[in-house]
Design a protein around this ligand. Structure first.
Ligand code: FES
Length: 63
């Protein structure tokens, strides 16, 4: 599903970037372009970032 229509960035691309070490919205914008045009996708990107960084913290704690 497209998260950022302006840059044609999907949720999978955002999650992949997070899994590769991206940990802020600014970094996501720099590496995917998402959020850098109209900004309407900012809330969705923040939600995906929050959800996936929380998952990574829980995985580290469980290890
Ligand atoms: S929808 Fe992402 S910048 Fe416009």
């Amino acid at each position: 599903m497209y998260v950022c229509v302006c840059k044609a960035v999907t949720d999978k691309q955002v999650v992949q970037a997070i899994n590769e070490g991206v940990c802020s919205r600014r970094q996501l914008m720099q590496c995917t372009g998402a959020g850098g045009v109209c900004g309407k996708c900012t809330a969705s990107i923040k939600a995906i970032l929050h959800e996936n960084t929380q998952n990574q913290v829980m995985q580290v704690q469980a290890a």
